[in-house]
Design a protein around this ligand. Structure first.
Ligand code: 6R9
Length: 690
């Protein structure tokens, strides 16, 4: 068995050699330790897998690259199309030197993604299958919907939206916690061709209002409050403040649909604006449970999702319908080795891309049973996840390294007191997973039985780009392994030249894939500048990556001014602009530092307006300012005050030096003689722990 894998490894794509050493464990047979570089699928797992060997992967991968049109149209044909696409499966210009960047897949094809998630599955006999299990924050509070029930709920919301005048192409902002109503509302928008923009319900009113102003939605959908862990969050107050702010910028919201969540806040205690605010429960149930589908072109927009970039303003990443549908469904099926009997749980919130592609669309396109959990993963204690796994017999569990590390710190006992024997496949996303967290996840959570799909991808890519296929790949703890079908990752040097073999550099992609984003909403130029101009001819991911002697990919983190805190993307510029909005803060420079649980922590250097003394009180105010402007998840872990920041003579802040100071690597400061005033460096060091 082992040799079978080693033999097939020789067939690996570009740069891959042969396995040069044979320290391996076979799935289920022993612990992954530091000495074992490889974890191989067992015969039993491989035999039942959707892709059973590197050989089979290679055959499929080769076809996907040599004949993308044939490969993807075969898969697309499994979905329902009112009308088939035109003669071109894919039409792209990926090279800025040849003109405007354009990506189109299945253009001319007429379909609807909500129809494919619901009606198509119901017609295929899945009507009584559970589509969503919902587990509330409070143990004991739960619910479920079959595919038919989900269809009916989606239609009611779709009918309501139509009734208040939402039409094809109109934007709808959704600011909801992880209630079933969140995926229901997304699907309702898709059903009528409206463009949803889900805003993570941890964003502040200012961030929400920024997004309202940018996409001018017809309606904002929220709930009055939610309990997360033991804390109540008053979401409607945040929405009210955001709507007020937006009105001042000339964007008015006429309707705010509010779901009553009596577990957190009663109706009578909710602040209300007559004429604008509508209770969900008062209107939605009155609508019919069928709703004709709005058929859309494959290239019509499906959703907008704002994400952080290296400059202040969040970017509205735009995804369209057909390619995204085909891509999320296919990646879900293969990367998790999905089988119809699986119960699948992804811990991500629908406010992030992971919740779009792998809570809602990808799984439901496959007719999967999806678990949606409302609460905090460690409430009431660190065993909650495994309690839920046992309760619903979860077989595929997909989460972020930050959660793995935090549960790892709480101790094995919280895990081992639960059976977890339903688990079959584990998944990781959001940031690089360090090998020790990988091993803990594999050995303790998965009892050394379950392969881990470490999926590298981005809001922009729509779906997985580099990921193991469990059953096919020998895994290396911490490596995202190999590209998904149709994806051609390349590593380039700073001049944009592709590097072969064992190397490290900037991670780019060579040509388009169906799930790629098509533009940044209202700013195609920024789309080209950010992603296609840095290395002409390629899509630039913003990540660093190395490839080892066996051809495995190892993501090394962002190379731009974006930091990744607990898997949340935060632009340093956004935090800086929040800090300097405080009247006493003169300047701010934010860098990421290693953080044991969160992956990266936020470290902010600040200077103050002349004459203002630094104090503990001011520190708190500054942190609060960031919480208010962006959200609690972006609060700096450390504020480092100093009278001056290191700058070049042309006034550019030397972040390289700040990063070294922040991580206390003081002997690696490098050349500081080019600074306008080198003495600020010593001052900064002296004040480091003040
Ligand atoms: C899906 C998602 C994207 C950034 C990306 C990278 C990091 C995501 C990763 C990973 C290493 C993985 N990232 N998955 N790094 N290994 N498996 O997280 O989208 O929020 O847009 O973040 O996250 O740095 O560039 P998004």
């Amino acid at each position: 068995h082992f040799l079978r894998h080693v033999e097939s490894m020789k067939l690996l794509p570009s740069g891959a050699g042969h396995i040069s050493h044979l320290n391996a464990v076979i799935l289920g047979e022993s612990l992954a330790t530091e000495e074992n570089d490889f974890v191989l699928p067992s015969n039993d797992f491989a035999d039942q897998a959707n892709v059973k060997s590197p050989q089979q992967y290679m055959e499929m991968y080769k076809r996907s690259i040599e004949d993308p049109a044939g490969f993807w149209s075969d898969i697309a044909s499994e979905f329902y199309w009112k009308q088939k696409w035109g003669d071109k499966v894919c039409d792209e210009n990926f090279d800025v030197r040849k003109g405007k960047i354009k990506i189109e897949w299945f253009k001319g094809g007429i379909t609807n993604i909500a129809y494919n998630c619901l009606d198509r599955n119901i017609e295929a006999g899945l009507g009584d299958k559970i589509a969503i299990y919902w587990e509330g924050n409070e143990p004991g509070l739960d619910g479920s919907l079959t595919y038919t029930q989900l269809h009916d709920r989606v239609c009611q919301v779709a009918n309501y939206l139509k009734d208040i005048g939402v039409k094809k192409g109109d934007a709808v902002i959704i600011y909801l916690p992880m209630l079933m109503e969140l995926p229901i509302t997304m699907l309702a928008c898709a059903r009528i061709g409206a463009v949803h923009s889900v805003v993570f319900a941890g964003f502040s009113s200012e961030s929400l209002s920024q997004r309202i102003i940018d996409c001018k939605p017809k309606v904002v959908i929220t709930c009055n409050a939610v309990k997360r862990g033991s804390k109540i969050i008053y979401l409607k107050d945040i929405v009210d403040a955001a709507i007020n702010d937006s009105a001042q910028s000339g964007v008015s919201i006429d309707v705010s649909l509010v779901y009553e969540n009596p577990v957190a806040l009663k109706r009578v205690d909710t602040k209300w604006k007559e004429g604008r605010d509508i209770w969900w429960q008062d209107v939605i149930p009155q609508y019919p449970t069928t709703c004709p589908v709005e058929w859309v072109d494959a290239e019509d927009p499906l959703f907008l999702l704002y994400t952080s970039g290296s400059t202040g303003k969040p970017k509205g990443v735009l995804h369209t319908t057909g390619g995204y549908m085909v891509y999320t469904a296919t990646t879900f099926k293969y990367a998790f080795d999905y089988k119809p009997s699986d119960v699948y749980w992804c811990t991500a919130d629908c406010g992030w891309i992971t919740g779009h592609s792998y809570v809602t669309y990808g799984p439901m396109l496959n007719g999967a049973t999806v678990l949606v959990y409302e609460g905090a993963p460690n409430y009431p204690d660190a065993g909650r996840c495994w309690d839920i796994v046992d309760k619903y017999k979860v077989s595929i569990f997909y989460t972020a390294p930050t959660l793995v590390r935090s549960l790892m710190r709480d101790g094995d006992e919280y895990v081992t007191r639960y059976s977890r024997k339903s688990l079959r496949v584990l998944g990781s996303v959001g940031e690089p997973i360090n090998p020790s967290a990988w091993r803990w996840f594999y050995n303790i959570v998965g009892d050394s039985r379950c392969p881990i799909s470490d999926t590298w991808w981005q809001t922009e890519t729509g779906g997985f780009m580099i990921t193991p296929l469990p059953g096919a790949w020998p895994q290396k703890p911490g490596s995202a392994t190999f590209p998904f079908f149709g994806v051609q990752p390349v590593i380039v040097d700073e001049k944009g030249v592709e590097i072969e073999g064992e190397c490290s550099g900037y991670l780019c992609v060579k040509s388009s894939w169906p799930g790629a984003f098509r533009t940044l909403y209202g700013d195609h130029e920024r789309y080209e500048t950010t992603y296609f101009k840095p290395f002409a001819g390629y899509y630039f991911s913003g990540d660093g990556c190395s490839r080892d002697k066996d051809g495995y990919h190892w993501l090394t983190g962002r190379v731009d001014d974006v930091i990744n805190v607990s898997g949340h993307r935060i632009g340093t510029a956004e935090v800086e602009s929040a800090l300097v909005s405080h009247p006493k803060c003169a300047e701010a420079a934010v860098v990421g530092v290693e953080h044991e649980v969160k992956g990266q922590g936020i470290y902010a250097f600040i200077t103050l307006v002349d004459g203002v003394p630094y104090s503990e009180e001011l520190r708190k105010e500054l942190v609060l300012t960031v919480r208010k402007q962006i959200g609690a998840f972006a609060a700096p872990d450390k504020i480092h005050w100093a009278p001056g920041l290191p700058k070049t003579r042309s006034g550019k802040i030397m972040r390289r030096i700040l990063r070294k100071i922040a991580s206390r690597q003081l002997d690696e400061l490098g050349d500081i003689s080019t600074l306008a005033d080198p003495s600020v460096v010593n001052q900064l060091i002296e004040l480091a722990d003040a």
